[in-house]
Design a protein around this ligand. Structure first.
Ligand code: AMP
Ligand code: ZN
Length: 138
């Protein structure tokens, strides 16, 4: 897609620090890392969210995420990592070309994801469980 930054990185029009590449995907360093080594793993095809990915691509990206994660741990200064993907603008997805974030972590690194957790009211949890199970059957 012409105006997509990640498509331009895939085609080589915009430079990026490439970590891994094959016929279906590339992994690059995030230009504004939460921590050094923050990696983005994306399909080469312009597909917006996880639900747009063909099954084969989902499986491949997940496998490659494992390989990138192993690399981050071996590269040093890293004890763990976060793996996540923002899907749709409301979730924080700034670039509408699907990508996994892999953020290397270590104890005391100061990164805090804001989890404004709540509690369910009476019967609310089971009602939501039912609602989602029914939606899965549709
Ligand atoms: P998201 O908000 O999940 O869509 O994440 C987009 C990510 O892409 C952000 O973390 C940006 O820092 C990163 N980003 C934007 N432009 C570039 C670029 N040219 N090269 C590498 N990473 C980029
Ligand atoms: Zn794209």
């Amino acid at each position: 897609m012409k105006n997509c930054i990640f498509c331009q990185i895939v085609s080589g029009k915009i430079p990026a620090e490439r970590i891994l590449e094959d016929s279906l995907c590339i992994a690059i360093l995030d230009i504004n890392p939460l921590r050094p080594g923050h990696t983005l793993l994306l399909p080469k095809e312009h597909l917006e969210t996880m639900l747009d990915l063909p099954e084969k691509t989902v499986a491949h990206l997940t496998k490659q995420a494992q390989i990138v994660a192993r690399g981050l741990l071996k590269a040093g200064e890293t004890e763990g990592y976060n793996l996540f993907a923002n899907n749709h603008k409301c979730s924080g997805q700034a670039i509408p070309h699907f990508h996994f974030h892999l953020v290397p972590r270590r104890t005391g690194d100061g990164i805090k994801f804001q989890w404004n957790t709540g509690v369910y009211g009476d019967d609310e949890m089971s009602a939501w469980g039912m609602r989602i199970r029914e939606a899965l059957e549709k």
